[in-house]
Design a protein around this ligand. Structure first.
Ligand code: NAI
Length: 290
């Protein structure tokens, strides 16, 4: 059994849905958990200490250890306060699960700059800020596990979600760079692109999805990724309904010519679009160009 005894985990947005499920699972397996949640509405408006407190009450009732925190991940002060809460209560930070999220869907032409910035602030800036606030403690310990929460909407695009897709693909870049930078300090970072029945999706998914797409089926992957034995770093995983798959950014073999012209490109477009054999790194991409 993968256990988390003596591990300290920060889970953001853990008052509802996926974060709540991650918090319950890690606490049940011995982790000391900072249950962070701003407690606002789906669009990020409002705030309440209630949701985080309720999850902590449940964990404590089940014999686990947790503290509630209602700070905002999207501000530097909020992120620092979340990390400080972990240090004050438990003395270290081993795990950060960046899960907090909001939605402000609008078709692209109607998307207001506040809705674009607001969504990027919670998902991208929040994940950057909370990870960075925890980073010095992880570096000092030579150990850390970070999971960022991307989305199929970011990886593949989705109507009405230009802000959210931008944010969720941004998290892929953050995860890949954290995977590279964290390696020398024993810090592994991965991202998940989940599907689960939560308040965020209950009005979008068909009713029959509720029983299959449980948050618990996503938390199983998160628990593996934040465990000491986790092998991957800098990777992205699609997860939902009991299935887990690697999602990778790949570059096809391409087509090259020393006399590249718009016309020669148009004539060889099928070769440009080819997928196999692909390369998976900037270094291999550069080699293919030489
Ligand atoms: P949810 O709405 O139940 O949970 C999100 C939580 O984040 C809420 O409890 C909310 O209060 C909290 N939160 C929002 N802004 C915050 C802030 N600034 N600071 C602290 N907490 C804040 O939704 P769900 O589905 O559990 O979403 C969790 C994550 O998974 C989100 O990042 C979401 O974008 C992502 N996701 C969910 C999918 C799904 O199928 N449920 C699909 C793809 C991604």
């Amino acid at each position: 059994m993968l256990r988390f005894d003596d591990r300290v985990a920060i889970i953001t947005g853990a008052g509802h849905g996926l974060g709540r499920s991650h918090a319950l699972l890690l606490a049940e397996r011995g982790a000391k958990v900072v249950v962070n949640d701003l407690g606002g509405a789906l669009d990020g408006t409002g705030a309440s200490a209630g949701p985080a407190a309720e999850v902590v009450e449940l964990i404590t009732k089940n014999g686990g250890q947790a503290i509630a925190n209602a700070d905002n991940v999207a501000t530097p002060e909020g992120a620092r306060a979340i990390a400080q809460a972990a240090i004050d209560a438990f003395g270290k930070i081993d795990i950060v699960v960046n899960n907090a999220g909001i939605l402000r869907d609008r078709s692209f032409g109607k998307m207001a700059v506040e809705d674009f910035d607001g969504v990027l602030a919670v998902h991208v800036r929040g994940s950057y800020l909370v990870s960075q606030a925890a980073y010095p403690y992880m570096k000092e310990a030579g150990y850390g596990r970070i999971v960022n929460t991307s989305s199929p909407a970011g990886l593949f695009g989705n109507f009405g979600q230009a802000n959210y897709s931008t944010a969720k693909m941004g998290l892929v870049g953050l995860t890949k760079t954290l995977g590279i930078e964290g390696a020398r300090n024993g810090i592994k970072a991965n991202a998940i692109a989940p599907i689960a029945w939560t308040r965020m999706t209950e009005s979008l998914l068909p009713a029959e999805f509720e029983a299959k797409f449980t948050p618990e089926r996503v938390s199983a992957l998160v628990a593996y990724l934040v465990h000491e034995s986790c092998a991957p770093s800098g990777e992205v995983f699609s997860v939902g309904g009991g299935r887990v798959a690697r999602v990778f950014v790949a570059e096809g073999p391409g087509w090259k010519s020393d006399d590249l012209t718009p016309e020669s490109l148009a004539d060889n477009w099928d070769a440009v679009m080819a997928e196999q054999p692909y390369v998976l790194s900037a270094t291999d991409s550069m080699k293919a160009m030489l």
